[in-house]
Design a protein around this ligand. Structure first.
Ligand code: GLC
Length: 453
């Protein structure tokens, strides 16, 4: 372990993960995000596993206990039935008893996390953890294949929050065009009145109580997202019904699909450790052809001449098949699954380009040279722990070990590292949003553990 080994940085990461505990889970942040979040838990568990793999495994199982009867894993889980929360999130009949959850999901990093956490357990504990978690994880993947996969073989996200990147630069344009112009807002309420309600709510009980709106989603972005949530809720979050309604932005998201394809490979690896019976019993029978279809589907998201580096991966509108304009860090997530050397070279050239993603704290959520880039605004510029984790994992999987190490090094030596900010200005390193944020602290521990020396 390098200098950062037993440093104040590591001590502060441990403190963050001790502080942010609630209902048997390490939550992202006790005040601002006091819930279980799907991709946060994935990152947090990998960090916990560095020093306490049993706790990491227990936390993954705790989150999986919120699985809907349909197989869906919600992105946001409260282990109570508080009246206000139920009013906000609704009460779908598929929700497990005694919990309140959202009706949407998030990129399924939890499958790779379970695999990695399991590998840190001793052999007996590993087998029992895999036996306990594989059925839920496989059911979830089957749900994505059966209920969320479109004609082109790609998973379709029904809400921007399902990408994990709420106001990502390529999503906000279509959302605004769909929900904030023309006749989509009910005639009897004016847009101004709705915006005022959003603003007041956020200032009184929401994220803007503690963080300036310039660092969060804008009020119109939140309004558009809320109108979409309302629409989805009325339709029971059912993709077929949403398609048929003609309303709501649906996306073949490159980030989601890359993580999902990786998750399907991880499911196979977990099942292989349990033996052929487990594979027969738990894995969806259509898994190998689904992997082939998804691989082919992802191929269609590769566009020639994205920028000076050549081709690149992008997302598409799932209704029209049109590419969503605007480069974002999600286009680098296929490093998880891309094995063709020339493609990997193009993506790593983009990642390491100082005019794009190779900033003081890499990678920003949008490239520096994008017209949409804003160094402080949530998912439109700042660097977050989730893409950092995904890209570092992808680099290791493609054999780009030196670059993976350089990314870890930049993360561990970033300014204000001990604050474990939710996100950071990628150029100056200024800490932004909630802190200490558990995914940032967990990533610190995981990266430090992987450094040589
Ligand atoms: C925000 C982020 C999302 C994260 C959640 C909890 O909604 O956009 O990525 O999962 O907060 O930390």
């Amino acid at each position: 372990m390098q200098e950062t080994g037993s440093s104040p940085l590591i001590a502060s990461a441990h403190r963050a993960l001790t502080l942010n505990r609630s209902h048997g889970l390490t939550v992202p942040h006790l005040q601002m995000f006091p819930a279980g979040y799907l991709w946060d838990t994935a990152v947090i568990a990998k960090g916990l596993a560095v020093f306490d793999p049993d706790r990491a495994a227990a936390e993954i199982l705790r989150l999986l206990s919120a699985q809907w009867r349909s197989g869906m894993l919600p992105n946001e889980v409260y282990f109570d039935t508080d009246r206000f929360r139920r009013w906000i999130h609704g009460t779908h009949p598929d929700t497990p008893t005694g919990m309140t959850t959202s009706g949407i999901t998030q990129p399924p990093m939890i499958v790779r996390s379970a695999l990695e956490v399991g590998r840190r357990l001793d052999p007996d504990a590993r087998l029992s953890f895999f036996r306990a978690s594989l059925p839920a994880l496989a059911t979830f993947c089957r749900w994505v294949l059966d209920r969320r996969t479109g004609d082109r073989g790609l998973a379709v996200v029904i809400h921007p929050h399902e990408t994990g990147m709420d106001n990502r630069a390529d999503l906000v344009g279509p959302m605004a065009a769909h929900w904030l112009t023309g006749t989509t807002i009910p005639q009897q309420v004016s847009r101004a009145a709705l915006l005022l309600t959003v603003k007041t709510g956020r200032n009184l009980v929401g994220d803007c109580r503690t963080v300036t709106v310039g660092h969060r989603c804008s009020h119109p972005e939140v309004l558009a997202a809320s109108l979409q949530t309302h629409h989805l809720r009325r339709l029971g979050y059912d993709l077929a019904a949403i398609r048929a309604s003609g309303r709501g932005v649906l996306v073949e998201d490159v980030g989601y699909n890359a993580v999902f394809l990786d998750a399907l490979h991880c499911l196979q690896e977990m099942a292989a450790e349990l033996g052929p019976d487990a594979a027969r019993e738990h894995l969806p029978p259509q898994l190998p052809p689904a992997i082939d279809r998804l691989t082919t589907g992802l191929e269609q998201l590769w566009q020639p001449d994205v920028d000076v580096h050549g081709g690149g991966y992008v997302s598409r509108d799932a209704r029209t098949g049109q590419v969503l304009p605007g480069a974002t860090v999600a286009g680098l997530f296929p490093l998880l699954v891309e094995r063709r050397p020339e493609r990997v070279r193009t993506m790593t050239a983009r990642l390491t380009d100082p005019d794009k993603y190779w900033t003081l704290v890499p990678p920003p959520s949008a490239p520096l040279d994008s017209p949409a880039f804003d160094a402080a605004r949530y998912w439109q510029g700042p660097a977050w722990p989730f893409p950092t984790d995904i890209i570092e994992t992808g680099l290791e999987l493609t054999g780009e070990h030196d670059l993976a190490e350089e990314l870890r090094h930049r993360y561990l030596t970033r300014p204000h590292g001990q604050e474990h900010a939710e996100y950071q200005n990628p150029v100056t390193g200024a800490p932004l949003g909630a802190r200490p944020f558990s995914p940032a602290a967990a990533l610190t521990l995981r990266f430090a553990d992987r450094m040589p020396g």
